[in-house]
Design a protein around this ligand. Structure first.
Ligand code: MGP
Length: 205
């Protein structure tokens, strides 16, 4: 015998939700997953590929179940989850005045913590965890690197101090980082023009 697991949309009528909103739709309605694979013979932007877009919780978990865990990616690869319509690059009009909360991991954290921290980051995004400041969020990026992996939440306006700090405090708490761990926020304009690997922190929490 087969069991029907899908909910028939007509079952949702009369649920009291606004028209067009099934109980599990994500707000904003759609997120895009991007994958970057480092091929040094090509320009940076040409290595960035759109994988899929999700607009329900069910789609999100189906996607998550289909892709490699972060810790299984080869060094040089990235994932990015961004709001639909924003490309995961500094140049996008929604990113260019923004910046990122950066979590720099020690090498050994790839095995112990990376997958949990990246999943928690994704859930902070799709769950709109930053209250009204969630609208400031553009997306999140994972960099798998030999020198140490990185996870970052990108926001749209580096000068929005209240929004940036609210997001940073909640994000740090959600990741379960100790109060002794300091995380920094850097403007993309500074990251893009830095001469060494470290752009200056505009804010820390
Ligand atoms: P990276 O992949 O963000 O970090 O940037 P990585 O590899 O750890 O290097 P590090 O410099 O932070 O130590 C690596 C390089 O990719 C950058 O120096 C840029 O040349 C390019 N790059 C990265 N991003 C996010 C962008 C972007 O948004 N736009 C463009 N044009 N290039 C980018």
């Amino acid at each position: 015998a087969t069991t029907k697991l899908d909910t028939d949309p007509s079952d949702l009528e009369g649920s009291g939700l606004p028209p067009g909103h099934s109980p599990h739709s994500l707000t904003p309605s759609r997120w895009a997953l991007w994958f970057f694979k480092n091929d040094r013979s090509r320009a940076w932007q040409d290595n960035l590929h759109l994988v899929t877009k999700v607009d329900t919780v069910e789609d999100f978990w189906a996607m998550y179940g289909h892709i490699q865990l972060a810790s299984k990616l080869s060094s040089g690869c990235d994932y990015a989850l961004f709001k639909d319509g924003i490309e995961p690059m500094w140049e996008d009009s929604k990113n260019k005045r923004g910046g990122r909360w950066l979590i720099s991991l020690a090498k050994q954290q790839r095995h112990s913590e990376l997958d949990r921290l990246w999943l928690e980051t994704l859930l902070c995004l799709i769950g709109e965890s930053f209250a009204e400041h969630s609208r400031e969020v553009c997306g999140a990026v994972l960099n798998v690197r030999t020198k140490g992996d990185k996870i970052a939440v990108w926001t749209r306006e580096a000068e929005n101090q209240a929004g940036v700090l609210h997001i940073g405090r909640i994000y740090k708490e959600r990741l379960g980082l100790s109060t002794k761990t300091i995380i920094g926020y850097q403007a993309h304009a500074d990251t893009a023009t830095k001469s060494n690997s470290l752009a200056k922190n505009k804010f820390v929490v």
